[in-house]
Every structure is written in C-alpha cells, then in structure tokens.
Write a protein that binds this ligand. Structure first.
Ligand SMILES: Cc1cc2nc3c(=O)[nH]c(=O)nc-3n(C[C@H](O)[C@H](O)[C@H](O)COP(=O)(O)O)c2cc1C
Ligand code: SF4
Length: 405
C-alpha cells in the first residue's frame, strides 16, 4: 500500500464522522485532554518538534507562527480555520472536513488554547454546504463532550461567497469583518494585526488536522513518515487524465510517478495513456514535463530543484493531446476575473495576459509576457498578483511542452 491514512480516517471506520464515538476512536478526546493540561510554551514546543509546515500553500513553519501570536501584545486574540479552498484543482479540505470534521476542529481548539484566543472562526467556501452541516454537528459534539463553547472558546462558522481572493488571509479577515474581501498591505502581519487589528492565527484545514493527530500521538510518531526536511503526510487532490482521480494521503518524499501510477493511488494515465504535463499546485502552480515528473519527489527540496512547489497539493494530469495554450488561456481568464482590482499591476497585468492568450499569441509575445510578469511579481500587494504568471512562465521556460514546438 502506498497510501497512508492518518488525517483521513481509516476506510473501515464505521462511526458517523461527527459523533462521540469518532472523537474517541481517533484519540481526539485524549488529544484535547493532553493539550489543555499543557502550557502554551509546551504545546508550541511540541509543534516545533513535529516540524509541521502550513498546508495552505506557502509551507510556513506552523510552530513559528503560533509562537509569534502567543508572544504578540494584546488582550484579545483570534484563531481562524481557512476552509475557503477556491484554488483550481484543489478539493482536499472538502474531503477532509466531510470525512473527519472533528480533526480540524480539535486542532483549532488546541491552537486557541496555545495562543490564548477565546474566539475562533471557521471560514468555509460558500458552496461547501455539506461541510458546513458536518462542522456544525461536530461543534455540537465537542461542546456536549465538554470541549469548547462560549465559556471556553467560542467557535463561529462563516460562509464565503465565491471569491477566490477571500482565501488570502487578510482578505478573509476583511470578509469576516463585513468588508469587501480585499487583501491588506503586509506588514503588519496577521500574527500582530489580524482580525479587528488584534493578533490572529490563521491556518489551513489540513494544518489543523495535523495538529489533532500529532496530539493524539506525539512528535516521534508524527515524524515516522516524511523526509528529514518535511515530516508527515500530504493530502493530494489528483485530477485530469488519470484512472483514479480523488484525494489521497501520501508521505512526503513519495516519487511523483508513484502518485500517478500506483494501483491504490492514481492507477495509471487515462486519455491517450501518454503523459503531456502535470500542473502542480493549482492555477498559480508549475507545469512539469514528463521527465521532471519521472525524477521528482513530493518534497520541497526535490521540487524546488525544478522550480516547482507542492502548493495546496493539486496535481492536474494532462495527456499529450492537450493544447497547453488552451489551458493557459483558461487560467489567464480565471486570474483576470478573480483579481480584486485593488492594485494596478495585478488588475492590468492579468487583463493583458488574458488578451494575449485569447489572441493566441502566447508563444510569440514571450518577452512582453516576461516583462509583465516581472512587474506583477515586483509590485502586486498580495499573492494572487505575485503568483498569477507562474504557470505561464513555467511553460515559457519549458518550450518542449508546447504542442507546436
Ligand atoms: C489568492 C490566495 C488564495 C488563497 N486561498 C487559500 C485557501 O483557500 N485556503 C488556505 O488555507 N490558504 C489560502 N491561501 C493562503 C492563506 O493566505 C494563508 O497563507 C493560509 O491560510 C495560512 O495557513 P497555513 O499556514 O496553515 O498554510 C491563499 C492565498 C492567496 C494569495
Ligand atoms: S495583487 Fe491583485 S488580488 Fe491582490 S490586492 Fe492587488 S489587485 Fe487585489
């Protein structure tokens, strides 16, 4: 077996995802009891020892972030679970929350205790109605079992309304505060000034689920899987020309080829059966050539060597009949529509790239596209504008991926 199920519950689990039985089967009641008896410093030391990095895309060390919020001055602090999940090809948080809503919530309660927050928010992608129901039920279970609630940590569920940019942490804060979801200029960072100007810890769903399983065990157990640099497992959302699309949990360090071909993972290629390219990390990700897929592993060092990153864990497979100029045109439209328009390089840059793509000129306007991309990366105020040209640049750098090459 190549799949490792730690964050995702065992396939043979029979209890309801949000039930007292599940809380006990997964060891989450013990995780909470253990964490609540620990000091903030001891909890944060355990997170640092585990080496958990954020799973929302940027892979920022989680323990460092918790430590900053814990030390930040201020009476009022907040924690937020980011379940906006609007990145193209990314659907792992949805599956995780549907299959095991208690895990991420347990991680959220531990986080609140560690940083001294009395109020927490779960910000869920608007279309995820089933997730919302399951989270609400899981919250009830936790309160019935004596964890959380208005006297301890008050957890509130908020639904987004369909904007990709609302997943960016500071835009998300504005959305919770009832404002337009427009990113704020950083610094100040959320760890010092987040929701309503107070220190705020924001983590991806999968990051919080890692915290829950860590405290149900310990750092030595946690680091049994993964690499020296990145411990643990990663949820992968596999889609496109693949026999078994879906969400899989695999150890860091697994060869990308195994993710595509192992019988209990992708199975093998679909479509023509010949690999054209893999888009890793979603719309703001990197196209990899078949050779790079054959030699790379799912870890930051291996992927960094070919200029790629794991991002949110989206793995989109294209066979060799797909015209990647067509794919890039779709991505360009996506960014032009989703840019909040607040800053010029991104508002105009995403439009210009879309126009060039729609005219079918991507390959002939190479230099113009590189100049535009540089301006966007240098002068956009948030990650959307800074990363929107990455997939395009990855193909300009790999002319062998063009079907007309
Ligand atoms: C345009 C944009 C969209 C984002 N969408 C999400 C999202 O849907 N979910 C998420 O966890 N992080 C998203 N992020 C990253 C968040 O800003 C933030 O870094 C993350 O929630 C931190 O959690 P982590 O440290 O656990 O990864 C997005 C970033 C950008 C720039
Ligand atoms: S980079 Fe784009 S999405 Fe981000 S704030 Fe500027 S205009 Fe808005």
């Amino acid at each position: 077996m190549n799949e490792v199920r730690r964050l995702l519950p065992d396939r043979h689990t029979v209890s309801h995802p949000a039930s007292p039985e599940r809380l006990r089967e997964r060891g989450f009641d013990q995780a909470l009891a253990k964490a609540m008896a620990m000091s903030s410093e001891a909890i944060i030391a355990e997170i640092i020892a585990s080496g958990i990095k954020g799973r929302g895309g940027a892979a920022f060390p989680t323990g460092l972030k918790w430590s900053s919020v814990n030390k930040a001055a201020g009476q009022t602090k907040y924690v937020v679970m980011n379940a906006d999940e609007s990145e193209l090809g990314t659907f792992k948080d949805r599956v995780l929350l549907e299959e095991d809503p208690l895990g991420a919530l347990v991680g959220l309660l531990i986080a609140a205790h560690a940083v001294g927050a009395r109020k927490a928010f779960c910000y869920i992608r608007g279309e995820y109605r089933e997730v919302e129901h399951r989270l609400a039920r899981a919250l009830d279970i936790l309160q019935q079992e004596g964890w959380g609630g208005p006297d301890a940590v008050d957890v509130e569920i908020r639904r987004g309304a369909g904007a990709y940019i609302a997943g960016e942490e500071t835009a998300l804060f504005n959305s919770i505060e009832g404002k337009r979801p427009e990113p704020r200029v950083k610094p100040p960072f959320p760890t010092n000034k987040g929701l309503w100007g107070s220190p705020t810890l924001i983590q991806n769903v999968e990051t919080l689920a890692n915290v829950a399983v860590l405290f149900a065990h310990d750092a030595a157990w946690f680091t049994q899987y993964g690499t020296k640099d990145t411990a643990g497992t990663k949820l992968i959302a596999l889609s496109g020309h693949i026999q078994h699309p879906g969400v899989y949990e695999v150890p860091f360090g697994m060869p990308l080829a195994d993710i595509l071909h192992a019988p209990d993972l992708g199975g093998s290629l679909a479509g023509s059966g010949r690999l054209g390219a893999v888009l890793l990390g979603g719309a703001a990700g990197t196209f990899l050539s078949p050779d790079e897929v054959a030699t790379s592993r799912l870890d930051y060092a291996s992927l960094g060597a070919v200029g790629a990153s794991i991002g949110s864990g989206a793995v989109m497979v294209f066979d060799d009949t797909v015209d990647l100029q067509w794919v890039l045109t779709k991505l360009a439209r996506f960014f032009a529509e989703e840019s909040c328009g607040q800053c010029v390089p991104c508002r105009i840059g995403t439009q210009r790239i879309m126009e060039i793509a729609e005219q079918g000129n991507l390959w002939t306007r190479n230099q113009d596209l590189r100049a535009l991309s540089q301006a966007m990366r240098d002068a956009s105020i948030c990650g959307l504008g800074q990363t929107a040209p990455l997939a395009l640049l990855s193909i300009l750098d790999r002319p062998g991926l063009r079907r007309d090459a």
